[in-house]
Design a protein around this ligand. Structure first.
Ligand SMILES: *Cc1c(COP(=O)(O)O)cnc(C)c1O
Length: 369
């Protein structure tokens, strides 16, 4: 195998399909500001995600920042340090304070048994992350939030198309924020969305993403510019047609990885949770260096030598990043710290062939000491 294999490749329609989709943009000369493509994608997603309101935005990060602003969160927000930096940055940039809770060892989502001890009189919200598309303990979180009068904003950047008990997870919390970045299971090149059941919150999102403009003569919020353009929306319309097929192929890869890798001592695989229909977005493995005979870094280098590019996703833990380390330690989040030091995500995407996945399993198996 001489060709390099990367951890992901974006889902793309054929160039003919995309050209056909964008043709009408030339006819109407409407490039952005909630044009026809934008409206079409929003309504298709509302149906697909089974949620009353979907507000498209320019990326997943702005989805988080706008949700926080729309809910006026300025105090403490309980979240986890095992996520992409965007989650923590969004809280900090909103003027609120991230408070780190540990994660569960089995699915890497927030450990709900530890949330309540972190609640103070300044706590205003919880921002849990559906890490790798694994669903947070949504019922527990809802119960805690209700009891303590807290808002819940899900970082659902990994969870597009994931269902819990037969229903899309987009409807949980006060808002669920998605990323449609090129590297995510469903992409609009760059893009994101805020999903909500709350009409008032939705209207606030619409204003904030467009400079706070309520109507021609009325600016009511200190908003930003986070509008999705027509070319991105057109990409989303095309990709949505192929999403189900892409998931089916990912599932084949996922199943093959599970079968082969679960046989290797020291390699822990990610199990699909009960009652969850996965989107097979990522394939994380956790390496026990004692049982496996090599640590995560060594396995990563070995695979790289064979032209297989994996990723330490998420490493380093956010508490140790220079921009946060002065204010945080890992004392209360030992599991998050341990996982971040031993996790590796393997290549998985819709156009990855099964032979390559099989070859990757063989390499991991033969490297074991
Ligand atoms: C990708 C991602 C984001 C940010 O999304 P962008 O579209 O890249 O801005 C936020 N949170 C998590 C967990 C992500 O993986």
């Amino acid at each position: 195998m001489n060709e390099a294999t990367y951890v992901t490749r974006p889902l793309m329609p054929s160039i003919e399909e995309y050209c056909e989709e964008i043709r009408s943009i030339w006819d109407v000369r409407w490039l952005t500001n909630m044009g026809a493509k934008h409206q079409q994608l929003e309504s298709e997603l509302e149906k697909y995600m089974e949620v009353p309101r979907v507000g498209l935005v320019v990326n997943g990060h702005m989805a988080l920042e706008i949700a926080l602003q729309a809910l006026n969160i300025k105090g403490e927000v309980i979240t986890t340090p095992f996520t992409f930096v965007s989650t923590t940055h969004a809280i900090s940039r909103s003027g609120a304070k991230p408070v780190f809770c540990d994660i569960c060892e089995d699915d890497y989502t927030i450990d709900t048994s530890m949330i309540e001890r972190l609640i103070s009189d300044k706590t205003e919200a919880i921002m849990p992350v559906h890490v790798y598309g694994n669903v947070c303990k949504v019922d527990e979180i809802e119960k805690i939030a209700k009891e303590h009068g807290l808002k819940v904003i899900y970082d659902a950047a990994h969870a597009f198309g994931v269902k819990y008990k037969g229903k899309d997870v987009a409807g949980y919390g006060d808002a669920s924020c998605y990323s449609f970045h090129a590297t995510k299971v469903f992409n609009t090149i760059e893009g994101g969305a805020i999903c909500t059941n709350n009409t008032e919150l939705y209207e606030s999102v619409l204003r904030i993403r467009d400079f706070g403009i309520k109507s021609d003569d009325d600016v009511t919020d200190i908003g930003t510019n986070a509008k999705m353009n027509e070319f991105s929306a057109a990409m989303g319309i095309c990709n949505l047609r192929h999403f189900q097929d892409a998931i089916m192929h990912r599932k084949e890869i996922y199943t093959l990885y599970c079968e082969k890798l679960s046989l290797i001592p020291g390699i822990r695989i990610n199990k699909i949770q009960d009652n969850v229909e996965s989107n097979y977005a990522y394939y994380p493995i956790v390496i026990d260096p004692i049982l496996y005979g090599h640590n995560r870094e060594e396995l990563m280098e070995y695979l790289k030598g064979k032209n297989i590019y994996t990723r330490k996703y998420f490493y380093p833990i956010i508490s140790k990043m220079p921009c946060y380390s002065a204010c945080y330690s890992c004392e209360n989040t030992p599991i998050a710290e341990k996982i971040s030091e031993s996790v590796l995500t393997l290549p998985i995407y819709d156009s990855l062939d099964l032979d390559t996945a099989d070859y990757i399993c063989a390499l991991i198996s033969e490297y074991k000491d």
